[in-house]
Design a binder for this molecule. Structure first.
Ligand code: TYM
Length: 331
């Protein structure tokens, strides 16, 4: 059977890119009775300068949001990375199975290391910790957006490398990336870039917690071009095409139908329609987020139960690893 694993940084609320590119896929897989494990990766979130009270708060908001999106802790395992220390332990072991040039060429490292003057070592080994996340649960499939592809390839490389040196033990995981354009939702302000939480401009991203008025405003201000009709050609008209894509994703219509139905509209009118569609889709989720956040003790309990389940699997894997590597003295 397949073992599905994915992770998400606790950045507070999700944005539409996280949701359409990854989270929605997780809940779909869970509905088809797959074995799904979801990790809120707080240890990854300290690789860049961060604010401790905010991080703690964001872990709760992320948990509340994932539940609101349909992650069901009765069926799937939802837990916080730092509660399972085996993640760091395996990270250390994997550090010796890859090389510095290999990590230095990863696009996300290049991009983020430009944003700080002195590059933290944690930022450099970030993708090794990510590989540890995946390997601890011997995951076979990893549903992510397209921006994570290189990191998944590193995890594949580390699994192969481990298997070659110490004997077959890890599946080489398969990235699951949406074929349709859901895997890459673009910034509303600069449609040449992906929608990203680290965007300085809050108008570039739509958060699942945004109120209807905020969503209307952000879509209205979304950068398009000087042609007023609606068409889908991501290369030539990235801004409009991004809206068409989002519209198709939240309504479940295909791109051709969306474009056909928008034939009579100019960009301004069309934006109103897109905003309405997003608002309708997100309304029940937003209500549930707020509800879930009112019960913090329940969230803590739920996450602790998840960590308990994850820990069992992780400890089992670490035991096998130590055996293979000749670490420690236990048989
Ligand atoms: P993170 O927290 O940046 O993003 C979570 C998920 O959302 C996807 N995503 C997008 N998809 C489509 N369009 C976008 N604009 C967009 N922006 C983000 C991401 O691809 C991701 O699937 N390093 C990971 C977290 C991680 C992880 C793991 C993932 C840690 N360990 C193990 C998989 C397996 C990250 O920072 O994702």
């Amino acid at each position: 059977p397949r073992k599905i694993f994915s992770g998400i940084q606790p950045t507070g609320s999700l944005h539409l890119g996280n949701y359409l590119g990854a989270v929605r896929k997780w809940t779909q897989l869970q509905k088809s009775r797959e074995n799904v494990t979801i990790c809120i990766v707080d240890m990854h979130s300290i690789t860049m300068p961060h604010n401790p009270p905010l991080l703690r708060e964001n872990i709760f908001t992320m948990a509340a949001t994932l539940l609101a999106c349909g992650v069901d802790p009765a069926q799937s395992t939802l837990f916080v990375q730092s509660a399972v220390m085996e993640h760091s332990e395996l990270n250390w072991i994997l550090n010796s199975l890859t090389t510095m040039p290999r990590l230095a060429q990863l696009p996300q490292f290049k991009e983020k290391s430009r944003m700080v003057r002195d590059v933290p070592l944690g930022l450099f080994v970030y993708p090794v910790l990510q590989a540890a996340d995946i390997m601890l649960y011997k995951a076979t499939h990893v549903p992510v957006g397209i921006d994570q592809l290189q990191h998944i390839q590193l995890a594949q490389h580390l699994a192969r490398n481990f298997n070659t040196r110490y004997g077959e033990m890890f599946p080489v995981c398969t990235p699951m990336i949406e074929e349709n354009d859901g895997s890459r939702i673009l910034s509303l302000r600069e449609p040449s870039k992906k929608m990203s939480k680290s965007d300085q401009n809050p108008k570039a991203t739509i958060n699942l917690s945004d109120s209807p008025d905020v969503i209307k405003e952000k879509i209205k201000k979304a950068v398009t071009d000087f042609t007023s009709d609606i068409s889908y050609s991501p290369k030539i008209r990235p801004g409009v095409s991004n809206l068409v894509n989002i519209h198709a994703q939240v309504t479940g219509m295909d791109i051709a139908t969306v474009v056909e139905e928008a034939k009579q509209l100019d960009t301004a009118k069309y934006k109103e329609r897109v905003a309405e569609a997003i608002i309708e889709h997100l309304r029940p989720i937003r209500e549930k987020i707020n509800l879930n956040l009112t019960n913090r003790n329940e969230l803590i309990y739920m996450l602790e139960m998840g960590s308990e389940k994850a820990r069992k699997a992780a400890q089992q894997t670490m035991c096998e690893i130590k055996q293979r590597l000749g670490l420690g003295v236990n048989a």
